[in-house]
Write a protein that binds this ligand. Sequence first.
Ligand SMILES: NC(=O)c1ccc[n+]([C@@H]2O[C@H](COP(=O)([O-])OP(=O)(O)OC[C@H]3O[C@@H](n4cnc5c(N)ncnc54)[C@H](OP(=O)(O)O)[C@@H]3O)[C@@H](O)[C@H]2O)c1
Length: 292
Amino acid sequence: MRKPIRRVLVTGAQGLLGRALAAAIPRADGAVEVDLASRADLDVTDPAAVAERFRRSSPDAVVHAAAFTDVDGAEADPETCYRVNALAAGTVAREAGSSRAALAFVSTDFVFDGSKGVAYCEWDEPRPRGVYARSKRWGEELVLAAHPGALVLRTAWLFGPGGRSFVEKILERGAGGAPFDVVDGQFGTPSYAPDVAATLWKLLSRGESGIVHCVNRGVASRLEFARAILEAGGLDPSLARPTTEARLARPAPRPTFSALANLRLEAAGIRMRPWREALLEHLGVRVPGGAR
Ligand SMILES: NC(=O)c1ccc[n+]([C@@H]2O[C@H](COP(=O)([O-])OP(=O)(O)OC[C@H]3O[C@@H](n4cnc5c(N)ncnc54)[C@H](OP(=O)(O)O)[C@@H]3O)[C@@H](O)[C@H]2O)c1
């Protein structure tokens, strides 16, 4: 029998998604108490600290959003990346399982290698490339082994308030006024952290489990996304010039086509809005005929 959720522990609470969860959960359910654990007050790689936090907080549900998210940095420091993204996820899942708390683990489109050419469904076989991608896939496996009832929510290309995502980086570069390079030929689904947070909470409070894809609607190349950001920010979209991944020579590989299909969400009657609409909301752009 599932416990009613009265208290939820959020790890990685100072991160982009963590902040969105901190806003979304009380908005959806004012009676739920949210225990926000930032890295400064809970290092998830310390099993004793995790156990102590569970004892003190006694959560009915946990959202594990803490992660090592520096994709290129992971290639230089694989041990830290595997400790945070995989081993610590297993620790949190064991604690949640043994205290009968519901659990959501946040994962990524990077678990796929990008060779499929059309959007990935929940049943597609993951083939992670690079340290970050492999660590997140291992995290999924450890979480589901330790807590078979856990929700594993895969999302992608997050942007939102309070973070320094691709959106903010592109606006900063555009504000400089000089042309700059953005990868063309790399496709995915930009996703708005507040939309993902609200949906995650809906699923967790309904008791959903297993792997669920959760992205805004639509597919974009990085270049197309960058140009949409510049345009929405009142800057010249042509400042973003196409380049290739090979020319950027970054340490970590990226999937060329990692769009996700929200099959399980749609089967549950949940339809995400288009990423362009969410981008305009994020940048405070008024849409003619829209609410803002
Ligand atoms: N951002 C994306 O585009 C994206 C795409 C797909 C999936 N995801 C997944 O979504 C989740 C949330 O990502 P995000 O974008 O919110 O990332 P984020 O902004 O980097 O937030 C992650 C948070 O985890 C914290 N953290 C790192 N190591 C920790 C540790 N040992 N103990 C406790 N906290 C620790 C970080 O603290 P510091 O800042 O102090 O390091 C940061 O506050 C992650 O699981 C990520 O893999 C993100």
